[in-house]
Ligand binder design. Structure first.
Ligand code: NAP
Length: 476
């Protein structure tokens, strides 16, 4: 169903999209598929609602968000099961995602009360200078399938906390999770038009969003290629934009690091979500003196990971989202082998049905391999070796991506140099799980612009108005 102006509705054409379970290939549901006219209706509803919502006091907007969070808490299992069914991640991880999604709603439920302005020192005794922060306006949001609940709340929670209204287009492979999240908005009795959901063909909906002069902000999470396209299209109406795009995270392990901790870090950053995360480790650089034992320990642990249907207890790694995603992963593995890589474990498709690929470790990775530059978006861990710090920093800094980097070392001086020199928006030092709602998340270079999370996250939905008041002078 679509959600427009506070109501659930079918598409005007009656068209639907089929949703498949990536673990079984089975059809699980069909949902309404809207296009141009439904997107226009949603923008119109959001425009109408904005006039009132922007004037609702911040603390009251925050109360709505806290109510949404509490409703979501009562439905953690239900939302998580939906995520696993349509996207494939193991149920425990899906629950983790829902709790993460709620954490953003709670954080911005608080932050709604803390949108401050500034008073500036005047250059003239008779003037008063102030900066006001006001909501940008109607916001269009486009999200991917890999975190089908939390990608939504990371955008909508700060937007509505700031006083904006939203039209969301989720990925068509995972609309059921979006519908579940919107059921919580509906139950929290958000005023009609504050949040709207349009599911359907990407380009048709995206074009209405980008061409509309009413939409003043576009927030997008997805691939760099689509991000660039949307940036171009948004230029025509000079929208404010936030772009959370692709990544190619390096994972550096120095000779002084705790190897076991680093191995655990790779398991988390590479194999969670079957490697389908923008901050997934893509390249592991290990100091040559410890490379052999690191490779051995990692492949032992990776061989123990259980691949299967995310609904089954004990599954560590679920399916990939589509058969095409499996083809891409397989092509990266084949290319690595053709370029002198050695498979330490995995390396093949698996399962009689569903989009499964074995968790894989490849040794002797090198710069000739596709995997060294392109996002694999799958459970494949290539190990490169290095000899010194300067060399590995140069290797780690990617030509175009700059989202997340991880480094493992117990040398304080070295960690300070890495923090300075790694060209990434997020750096985890001995920390494979740095993401929290109070911190700014986002990339540099072609990994994007703008932030989600923390104080920076709400500023993305606010614009500054500078006011200069003259004639404070009193008559003598
Ligand atoms: P994608 O192909 O770029 O799609 C993302 C969203 O954009 C989907 O809803 C998609 O709908 C839509 N879209 C595609 N073409 C469009 C167009 N012309 N106009 C409007 N919308 C359009 O990315 P994906 O494959 O779903 O997701 C994986 C990518 O997202 C990876 O590169 C990953 O690194 C990145 N990602 C980044 C972050 C971050 O925070 N930086 C987080 C998660 C994922 P359709 O599916 O219908 O095309």
């Amino acid at each position: 169903m679509l959600y427009i102006n506070g109501e659930w509705k079918k598409s005007n054409s009656g068209e639907t999209i089929d949703i498949f379970n990536p673990a079984t290939g089975e059809l699980i549901s069909s949902v309404a598929s809207g296009g141009k006219t439904e997107t226009e209706e949603a923008i119109y509803a959001a425009e109408g609602a904005f006039k009132k919502w922007r004037k609702v006091p911040g603390p009251k907007r925050g109360k709505y968000l806290k109510k949404v969070a509490s409703i979501m808490k009562s439905k953690v299992n239900e939302i998580a099961e939906t995520i696993t069914m349509e996207m494939g991640k193991p149920l425990a991880d899906a629950k983790g995602e829902v709790l993460g999604a709620i954490a953003y709603v709670e954080w911005y439920g608080e932050e709604a009360s803390r949108v401050y302005g500034d008073i500036l020192p005047a250059s003239h005794p008779d003037k008063q200078l102030t900066v006001h922060r006001q909501p940008v306006g109607v916001t269009a949001a486009i999200t991917p399938w890999n975190f089908p609940a939390s990608m939504i709340t990371r955008k909508i929670a700060p937007a509505i906390a700031a006083g904006c209204t939203v039209v969301l287009k989720p990925a068509p492979s995972t609309p059921l999770s979006a519908i579940k999240v919107f059921e919580c908005f509906h139950e929290a009795e958000l005023p009609a038009g504050v949040v709207n959901l349009v599911i359907g063909p990407a380009e048709e909906i995206g074009d209405v969003m980008t061409e509309s002069p009413v939409v003043r902000k576009l927030t997008f999470t997805g691939s760099t290629a689509v991000g660039k396209l949307l940036l171009k299209k948004s230029a025509a109406t000079v929208k404010k934009v936030s772009m959370e795009l692709g990544g190619h995270a390096p994972f550096l392990v120095f000779e002084d690091a705790d190897i076991d901790t680093a191995v655990t870090g790779v398991l988390l950053t590479k194999f969670k979500n079957a490697g389908q995360t923008c901050i997934s480790t893509n390249r592991i650089y290990v100091h040559e003196s410890i490379a052999e034992s690191f490779g051995q320990k990692l492949s032992e642990k990776v061989s123990e990971l259980r691949v299967g249907n995310g609904m089954e207890k004990g599954t560590d790694v679920g399916p990939l989202i589509t058969p095409e995603a499996v083809n891409k992963v397989e092509s990266h593995v084949k290319d690595a082998v053709a370029n002198e890589g050695k498979i330490l474990c995995g390396g093949n498709r698996t399962g009689e049905k569903g989009n499964f690929f074995e968790p894989t470790v490849i040794n002797f990775a090198n710069e000739k391999m596709k995997i060294s530059k392109e996002e694999t978006f799958g459970p494949v861990a290539p190990i490169f070796t290095f000899t010194d710090e300067e060399e590995v920093i140069n290797l780690a800094n990617h030509d175009s991506y700059g989202l997340a980097a991880y480094c493992f070392t117990n040398d304080l001086g070295r960690s300070n140099r890495l923090i300075q020199d790694l060209e990434y928006g997020i750096v985890g030092v001995n920390d494979p799980a740095p993401i929290v709602p109070q911190a700014p998340f986002g990339g540099v270079k072609e990994s994007g612009m703008g932030k989600e999370g923390g104080r920076s996250g709400i500023l993305e939905y606010l614009e500054e108005k500078f006011v200069s008041v003259a004639s404070l002078k009193r008559e003598e």
